[in-house]
Design a protein around this ligand. Sequence first.
Ligand code: NI
Length: 184
Amino acid sequence: MTGMTDTSQLIPILIAPQAILKAKARAVVAADAARVRDLVPRMFAAMYKAPGIGLAAPQVGVGLRLAVVDLMPEDKPAPIVLVNPEIVARSPELATREEGCLSIPGLYADVTRPARVKVRYFDQAGVKQEVEAEGLLSACLQHEIDHLDGVLFVDHLSILKRNMIMRKLAKQQREKRDADRDER
Ligand code: NI
């Protein structure tokens, strides 16, 4: 479960803009169990490889309310699987932190969010969990839950900043495609 999946079958991470990244994902239900079991290790593998600290199912083209997170405290794996996560409380105080996203690779911006949140979710065993998060975990959970509602970190920025980042991303992807083509 911690990046030990065969990486020759690495699941690709979608780069914005993509319709599924803007769509609201649906709740995971019992009938999704096998799919979730298959997907979770592949999502962790893709996330660790990137590397990143969080990945939501829509980022790998799956419209389910499912995300994986690992802040790697002290460089040790601490994987968290979030099934149907929900923010049930937000602090009135805000916090600003630089964010990035595996679907907007290499581009970062300061994002302001509630400083602390209480999140309810089901773990992979189907056990209901509740976490009160602050700092990096708080921002990361809010960022991943945003993904399940079709919201990217750039959507929290001014239109000007958002357009600047999306233009840079498009240029970067164009150059990457050109470089890949020249290699062939
Ligand atoms: Ni993201």
